[in-house]
Design a protein around this ligand. Structure first.
Ligand SMILES: Nc1nc2c(ncn2[C@@H]2O[C@H](COP(=O)(O)OP(=O)(O)OP(=O)(O)O)[C@@H](O)[C@H]2O)c(=O)[nH]1
Ligand SMILES: [Mg+2]
Length: 370
């Protein structure tokens, strides 16, 4: 290995083109996989709550402690074996050379970290190699973890919770992203804390969606406002805010549709729901939570942009991290969207929703001990 080669940078455009090609092959494979999964799905909107498991005995969703950390690690098992283990295999080779860096670059793209974030990380790694005089490949592992940690820390946060009730969340996202499930988990979290929770069944597009939310509400011990299928979701939002005030709710969470006849109608409807919430409250909602399915891969990024145009998205809930080996999407979303990730879903059970704590996440992902 000639050291001179180590810092030789390929033309940025050439690298980007190569990675983008790899990414698009990867995307096509992903779409094919996703279509297969969708064909296997039973009834649309079938409730995960039907068999909602308390897969974690501890009632506090983010209380810390070994049990919860182990559960987080377990939730990230696919990404740990699909991405981190592969990185480790590459980095066990003795010396840092151009081949190793290229392989690492490829693994980052395959893990859904995305082309532009991968290029950023590789540039930072090369700088660190130079500045810190790194020679051995295994020295790259902690640097990679550190760089990912920096991105995540800068783009994470906690859900706003008001002292003066009610706290109001509006939850948006494409169909199947996990909105209703996330609302159910949040409702459970807050009722466990002794808070009065009111849900608004704002996905009036399908009767099944209203029933699904009701199952979660009942199990969590939360109240719910529902109208008939096909009714105006903005009217549901209006009634939910009014009822929440009248009943002294601490937390109000409004579900919305992820699918309508077409995207333009959906975005118009979401804007209207949000406007009504804001008007009734006389202030912005405390959070507009965009729910993103981690298994959607790079499509998550354009989706997020469209929803952000329709509503003032203030938080991302990234669901189904347990179902993907490409948890690198967390890094892409954090780096490219400019929206803080505040929640992650690592399973279908009540306790499988976590506050997104960047440091814990990186520790769980890169932990070496079992
Ligand atoms: N494994 C796993 N499954 C999840 C997670 N979050 C949601 N799901 C599942 O994803 C499926 C879709 O979730 P929903 O909550 O119905 O999604 P939605 O966004 O409300 O969908 P629409 O109402 O159709 O717009 C359900 O089967 C959930 O159980 C998660 O973190 N992990
Ligand atoms: Mg739903």
């Amino acid at each position: 290995m000639v050291l001179r080669n180590l810092f030789r940078r390929k033309g940025a455009a050439e690298r980007e083109e190569k990675l983008t090609k790899e990414q698009s092959v990867e995307n096509q494979r992903e779409i094919a996989e996703k279509e297969e999964i969708q064909q296997e799905e039973v009834t649309p909107g079938k409730s995960g709550a039907d068999e909602a498991k308390t897969s974690d005995d501890e009632s506090s969703p983010n209380g810390g402690g070994r049990g919860l950390f182990a559960r987080l690690k377990q939730g990230l098992a696919k990404t740990r074996s699909g991405f981190v283990s592969r990185v480790d295999q590459v980095l066990t080779r003795s010396e840092i050379d151009e081949d190793i860096l290229e392989e690492l670059e490829g693994l980052l793209v395959q893990a859904d970290i995305g082309v532009s974030t991968t290029l950023y990380l590789m540039d930072e790694l090369r700088t660190a190699i130079k500045e810190r005089g790194l020679k051995r490949a295994d020295e790259l592992r902690p640097v990679l973890a550190e760089l990912i940690g920096e991105i995540l820390t800068a783009n994470s946060g906690q859900l706003a919770l008001r002292e003066d009730s009610p706290t109001v969340y509006v939850v948006v996202g494409v169909n199947g992203a996990g909105k209703t499930t996330t609302i159910g988990k949040l409702a459970y979290r807050y009722t466990q804390q002794g808070k009065k929770v009111l849900l608004g069944a704002g996905d009036t597009f399908r009767a099944a969606a209203i029933d699904q939310l009701e199952v979660w509400a009942n199990r969590a011990g939360a109240d719910m406002i529902r109208h008939q299928e096909g009714s105006d979701p903005a009217a549901v939002a209006f009634d939910t805010i009014q009822a929440g005030r009248a009943r002294g709710a601490d937390v109000i969470i409004i579900d919305t549709a992820g699918r309508l006849q077409n995207k333009t109608n959906l975005m118009k409807e979401l804007s209207k729901v949000y406007r009504v919430v804001e008007r009734e409250l006389g202030r912005p909602a405390d959070e507009v939570i965009l729910t993103v399915d981690a298994t959607t891969g790079q499509n998550a990024l354009p989706q997020a942009r469209v929803f952000s145009e329709a509503t003032p998205v203030s938080a991302v809930a990234l669901t189904k991290l347990d179902s993907t080996a490409k948890g690198g999407i967390v890094v892409a979303i954090a780096h490219e969207l400019g929206l803080p990730i505040k929640l992650i879903g690592i399973g279908e059970g009540y306790n499988d929703l976590r506050d997104f704590v960047a440091e814990d996440f990186v520790d769980a992902l890169f932990a070496t001990e079992d």
